[in-house]
Write a new protein. Structure first.
Lengths: 292, 374
């Protein structure tokens, strides 16, 4: 095989087209790394060349750890801040375990941002119900920040959040802060509590019993395990929220994030580029099928 | 399309002339050749390396080569290889990285600038290449390696003058006549009295090459005979698939009992995805050296039939063979249309021939068409 000299992403000298190779990561430095819970941690990262990183709420990056591989992780910081960004990561596999062991000053690779986003401007003047399970709060936090930035443009904000145990609740300081804000309700529930827990026990859908929805004026964002989203959406629809007013974020295996690798296919959608955020009415027909 | 006056006729020597001209221009000339009792694609020097006088016999789960009673150069259909092995290589290094203290450096891989000349591309395969163009060279993202190779490729199409028992390009409207996307197209006419090749150019580059070898204007009779051969291939397709409304049919029948039926036969071996000329799924793998200071990232063909394909941290979305076969077939024939504006199937029949248990995509579709539940 013959090769021309030059750097990829350099393309044929003949055509002089320069194509940025979308599979090459950019280098970022870890500015901070800290544990949120026993198995979930947050990294703050900054580009090596200190360039700003713009993204929209709900988008994700492919984080590359030297020699280990890549993981698709949503961005969980405030989109208005673009010098550094945050990722909250659940330590579950090889890449995320290695990520959790990195130290301040270490380098990782980043490709992104990818995917569709939560467009909160669609919710102006309406009530917003955010239903979250576990790590699902991370991809929703940028949307919550965006809402709080223009708080007056929205009506009531209701956050329903379920986690496994009290110690697994993420962003507890912020939850506390949000809950004290006027016209904001934050309800949490956990699967298993001990004697020190005075809050709700059970699945997140139980929390619908404690709120009163103005269903016709409600928009909802749902993120969590697929089974949790299924039942949360059923509940929202039962309460009268229109299907077209419900948004959800889906997850599938992702290797490329650009529609090349085929792994994240969800019938006609590529979760990586058509999603991860979908309007429920877009995916309703397939959402309730098993093993799609 | 050329008007009839510009259609040329050449003999075998001219084809050799074209190959050597392409070689002198730095092209790697690739074409069908015989290996291990199979017609595959590999580098060829001249027409003597083509499977001259051979043909293939194909059926569901069956492939044999047989002697023809003539010396035809292109008297067979498609084998297990497709051109995707060149444009979308089974293994491709994406980048290398070397440790540098707390950081690391990424070394990009130079884009492959090989100039391939594909000799003997069938119409179904031309369509397959155009389908992969939509995947790897789309408006949003481009695979630099694919684009680099594709831009340089010279394509000599061969119109099929016979159809295999697993062929159904006529159903998919992808053949047997190559209509566009080639530099030159050839129709071989062979009978006890004559042996000639009707040649048309499909690009300036093709026209240029053709002008450098000895040609004659094709007579009306020669063109008529060539067209008749292609028409006969069209009428003799071994398989057929009704594509009207196929997208809605399959999407509305995701729980059809036929999926369980085919799942009981399917070995989930992934042969169909490997031989399919449009299947593009791939995986990435990281390879480290023993020092831990050097790593490489490789892209490899993957298949939606492999168990790990849809695995995520919390579990696996498609574990049952039913779900995996359904994913493959509904993607190929239905959701592909939403994704890329075209079917993912070109009717080449490879998935039928190379399935070790002889699962036939046309029969599976028909079973649902005959008894839809929705």
């Amino acid at each position: 095989m013959t090769f021309i000299e030059g750097n990829n992403p350099l393309l044929p000298a003949e055509t002089n087209t320069i194509i940025t190779d979308p599979m090459i990561p950019n280098l970022f430095t870890i500015k901070k790394i800290f544990w949120e819970t026993d198995d979930t941690f947050t990294i703050e990262i900054e580009s090596h060349d200190k360039s700003s990183f713009n993204f929209k709420p709900g988008q994700f990056n492919m984080l590359y750890v030297f020699g280990m591989g890549e993981s698709a992780i949503s961005i969980c910081s405030d989109p208005a801040k673009n010098k550094t960004i945050l990722h909250t990561i659940h330590r579950v596999g090889n890449v995320t375990s290695k990520l959790s062991q990195l130290k301040k000053g270490d380098t990782i690779g980043v490709r992104g941002p990818f995917g569709s986003n939560w467009d909160v401007t669609k919710f102006y003047g309406k009530d917003v119900v955010i239903v979250v399970g576990g790590i699902g709060l991370a991809p929703l936090r940028p949307a919550i920040y965006s809402i709080f930035k223009e708080r007056k443009k929205f009506n009531r904000i209701i956050i329903l959040y379920g986690a496994r145990t009290a110690l697994d609740l993420l962003y507890r300081v912020e939850l506390e802060h949000w809950s004290k804000t006027k016209n904001v309700e934050v309800l949490t529930t956990i699967d298993r509590g001990d004697s020190s827990w005075r809050g709700n026990i059970g699945v997140v859908t139980n929390l619908f019993n404690y709120i009163k929805l103005d269903a016709m004026n409600t928009y909802s964002m749902v993120c969590g395990p697929e089974i949790m989203m299924k039942f949360s959406i059923e509940e929202l629809v039962k309460l009268g929220v229109e299907e077209k007013n419900i948004y959800l974020s889906l997850e599938r295996n992702m290797k490329c994030a650009i529609g090349f690798c085929g792994h994240c296919q969800y019938t006609s959608k590529f979760i990586c580029k058509d999603g991860p955020v979908f309007n429920y009415s877009q995916v309703k027909d397939i959402f309730n099928l098993y093993e799609v | 399309m050329n008007d009839k006056n510009s259609i040329k006729v050449v003999d075998r020597n001219a084809i050799d002339g074209i190959i050597s001209l392409l070689k002198s221009e730095g092209f790697i000339t690739v074409g069908p050749t015989l290996r291990d009792k199979t017609i595959i694609y590999d580098e060829i020097e001249n027409t003597s390396e083509l499977p001259i006088g051979w043909t293939d016999e194909q059926e569901a789960g069956h492939y044999r080569i047989k002697r023809r009673n003539d010396e035809a150069l292109f008297g067979y259909n498609v084998g297990p290889h497709s051109w995707k092995k060149y444009l979308f290589p089974p293994k491709l290094e994406l980048f290398e990285a070397n440790k540098n203290g707390k950081s690391f450096e990424i070394k990009t891989i130079l884009t492959d600038t090989t100039k391939y000349a594909f000799i003997g591309v069938r119409s179904c395969e031309l369509h397959a290449i155009q389908i992969q163009d939509k995947v790897f060279n789309n408006w949003q993202y481009k695979d630099p390696n694919y684009v680099s190779l594709r831009d340089r490729t010279f394509i000599i199409a061969v119109n099929c003058t016979q159809a295999g028992k697993t062929c159904f390009c006529a159903s998919m409207d992808t053949g047997p006549r190559a209509k566009k996307g080639f530099d030159l197209s050839i129709t071989e006419v062979i009978n006890p009295n004559e042996h000639y090749f009707v040649v048309e150019s499909g690009s300036d580059k093709g026209e240029d090459i053709l002008s450098k070898v000895e040609t004659n204007f094709a007579t009306e009779e020669q063109i008529f005979k060539a067209d008749a051969e292609i028409d006969s291939a069209s009428r003799n397709m071994g398989r057929a698939l009704i594509t009207d409304g196929i997208k809605d049919l399959l999407m509305n029948n995701m729980e059809h009992p036929q999926w369980n039926d085919v799942a009981a036969r399917c070995l989930t071996c992934a042969n169909c995805t490997m031989v399919c000329p449009t299947c593009f799924c791939n995986n990435v793998e990281d390879v480290n050296d023993i020092s831990g200071n050097h790593t490489e990232r490789w892209r490899k063909w993957d298949s939606c039939f492999s168990l790990d394909f849809s695995k995520v941290a919390g579990g696996n979305f498609r574990t049952s063979p039913k779900a995996r076969y359904r994913q493959w077939m509904t993607h190929k024939l239905a959701s592909w249309i939403d994704q890329f504006g075209t079917s993912g199937c070109v009717g080449c029949g490879r998935c039928i021939t190379w399935c070790p248990v002889g699962i036939d995509i046309t029969k599976e579709v028909k079973a649902i068409q005959d008894n839809p539940v929705n």
